[in-house]
Design a binder for this molecule. Structure first.
Ligand SMILES: C[S@@+](CC[C@H](N)C(=O)[O-])C[C@H]1O[C@@H](n2cnc3c(N)ncnc32)[C@H](O)[C@@H]1O
Length: 611
């Protein structure tokens, strides 16, 4: 039971009693007695430390508030979890002689290791926060006071910054021994540290050699735990043994992403997913990252549930492609290619209070709940990611004002043709003026983005970017007008319903869905990306589909429709890149060179409101 704090560290009753009994012992004698009891070298470094401890115990001043330790990514592993991690390692025949805990905190991994592994000869713990160094030392002493006959390793607990600690000395000293690097490094990113004004960073923080632009776009952002993992795997790469860290899932994924280039000498790579909310009270995907050291580099990982030990999936590199589910990928990899059209994101305006309307009993209300009376011409139905659930969509509650037919188009015409719309927009000009993104600078009044001829196609096949669904929706005309999607959605547009229906069916068939699942990382912020969608080889899916299979899903499908569709899409009928350029914004009002007049022969018609 923890009932007192000394040096800001918790201390247990047996340890307090031990020190009370040793009140009059000299520092030298006490240090050597502690060494014989629990193996720790130089428990007290200076006399004043011993004096302070004795003083605190006698005065019983034990209440100290926890300081804010955000910059140290401080999430202490509970004892139950550290015990279970060690038991898991033991069940996999891990019997280490050397334990290294590079950011040991209160020392729970060290105690669990002492309790679990019988052949430990040396333990090294490093921790930057002095109270935790003490707490670790107290905990070790407590352990040995209670387990006098336990195997006694030599133990060093260093009050040190992990970024400056010389781990090479340890790896040189124990070349021929079995090592276990175990722990839970800080859960904090370099960008969070810079926002805190903290320098708890490695000196060479650009360790992935990112350029300046990457640093700005966020690619240079990394987790401190990733840096520490890579550093230790590299320093101990010539020793036999294991590595076991609790880290965010993103850390493991990033290390594996680097693995086909960096070739870290690790194999048997496993990830055991934990419930971080339950264990650490944080909402993040986290796991135990395990691997063997000094092995031929492995580029794939098996992911399990930590509690049930059931296999979830294998992911990693297959033939130079990084995939989220290897088994599914191997079954569907023949459709890993290039989509023949450009997937588009929907409209972006950053003025939803004014630009988004809801139709309530025939009246438009904006997001400020004000009634809006404007001409209907520039008002279009709007869908968001949450509306795209994989079915057929022909109604919506939301509407939006479309001020331009293509990016950068002059908007003066609104004043002449749609005076009510202009007055409404102009009377809310402050919403447009306060848009922060630099894309709006120097652009015509009320400019929007993600708009082009493709936005005005009557039929669309669309998918949510922000949700975990992988099924595609079919979007039909609403109020006899094309429907807009917002910038969280991806879509392709079609001139005919049947072509949209066939495309939706092809994209929702099992083969395609397996392929998407095999390359989509569910824990990514935006699971569905343009890059991912552009990898779907529609031609190959066509090759693997027959008329009767489609007819089951599209009862009104005629054989000739299917033949026409195939004719338009099969590679030999497409001039290289023609289709890819089909829906480009610049293509508005131009005649499209296409062999089989089809998907967009009359490009610009909808844009010009000719339907
Ligand atoms: C996520 S906690 C885990 C602690 C311990 N490994 C455990 O499993 O309970 C991270 C620990 O790293 C320590 N830490 C943060 N920055 C450090 C640094 N630069 N050098 C050494 N330790 C550091 C923190 O004080 C904290 O104790």
């Amino acid at each position: 039971m923890l009932n007192m704090r000394v040096f800001d560290a918790n201390i247990t009753n047996p340890v307090i009693v031990f020190f009370e009994d040793s009140k009059d012992t000299s520092i030298e004698d006490l240090n050597s007695e502690i060494k014989t009891i629990c193996g720790i070298n130089t428990f007290f470094e200076i006399q004043s430390e011993l004096d302070e401890l004795i003083n605190t115990i006698s005065n019983n001043k034990n209440i100290i508030n926890e300081p804010d330790r955000a910059e140290y990514g401080d999430f202490q592993t509970n004892r139950n979890l550290s015990d279970n991690v060690c038991n898991l390692l033991k069940s996999q025949n891990t019997e280490p002689e050397i334990i290294v805990e590079p950011t040991c905190g209160k020392g729970n991994f060290i105690i669990s290791s002492l309790q679990t592994f019988e052949n430990i000869k040396f333990i090294y713990g490093v921790e930057i926060y002095k109270p935790y160094v003490w707490e670790t030392k107290f905990a070790i002493l407590d352990y040995f006071l209670k387990n006098r006959n336990s195997n006694l390793p030599e133990i060093n607990i260093y009050h040190y910054d992990v970024f400056n600690f010389d781990f090479k000395k340890i790896s040189n000293k124990h070349k021929d021994q079995k090592i276990l690097i175990i722990g839970n490094p800080p859960w904090v990113t370099n960008s969070k540290l810079s926002s805190l004004g903290s320098d708890n960073l490695p000196l060479k923080s650009n360790f992935k050699n990112h350029n300046g632009l990457d640093a700005i776009t966020g690619k240079g952002n990394f987790d401190i735990g990733e840096y520490i993992s890579i550093k230790l795997i590299s320093v101990f790469s010539k020793l036999n043994g294991n590595f076991a860290f609790l880290v965010k899932n993103s850390v493991v994924k990033n290390i594996l992403l680097e693995q086909n280039r960096a070739k870290y000498q690790i194999s048997g790579i496993k990830q055991f997913d934990i419930d971080a909310k339950k264990e650490f009270n944080v909402s993040v995907n986290a796991c135990l990252f395990l691997c063997s050291l000094n092995k031929k580099p492995n580029e794939t990982i098996a992911e399990y549930n930590f509690y049930t030990k059931s296999l979830i999936r294998k992911y990693g590199w297959v033939n130079n492609k990084f995939v989220a589910n290897i088994d599914l990928y191997l079954k569907s990899k023949n459709i890993d290619g290039k989509f023949p059209f450009v997937w588009r994101q929907g409209v972006k305006h950053d003025a939803s209070k004014i630009m988004e309307l809801e139709n309530v009993n025939g009246n438009f209300l904006n997001n400020n709940k004000e009634t809006v009376e404007i001409e209907k011409d520039l008002v279009y139905a709007l869908l968001k990611s949450s509306d795209l659930k994989g079915g057929i969509i022909d109604k919506t509650r939301k509407y939006t004002i479309i001020t331009q037919k293509k990016v950068g188009q002059e908007t003066k015409y609104i004043k002449d043709l749609y005076p009510k719309t202009y007055n409404y927009l102009f009377s809310n000009i402050e919403y447009f003026n306060k848009r922060k993104s630099s894309i709006y600078k120097g652009k015509p009044l009320f400019s929007i983005f993600g708009i082009g001829d493709y936005s005005f196609k009557p039929y669309k096949v669309a998918i949510a970017g922000m949700y975990k669904t992988t099924t595609f929706s079919l979007v039909k005309l609403i109020d006899n007008k094309p429907v807009m999607l917002d910038d969280t959605c991806y879509f392709i547009g079609f001139d005919t319903l049947i072509e949209a229906e066939i495309t939706q069916t092809l994209l929702n068939k099992k083969l395609t869905q397996d392929f998407i699942q095999s390359i989509a990382f569910k824990d990514a912020k935006r699971m569905m990306t343009k890059d991912l969608l552009m990898r779907i080889d529609l031609n190959e899916i066509i090759n693997e589909t027959d008329f009767y299979e489609l007819e089951l899903k599209i009862p009104n499908l005629k054989f000739i429709d299917w033949e026409n569709y195939k004719g338009k899409l099969t590679k030999q009928n497409l001039v290289e890149n023609e289709q890819l350029n089909l829906f480009d914004e610049q293509a508005l009002h131009t005649t499209i060179p296409i062999r089989n007049v089809g998907f967009s022969a009359k490009i610009g018609d909808y844009a010009n409101n000719k339907i």
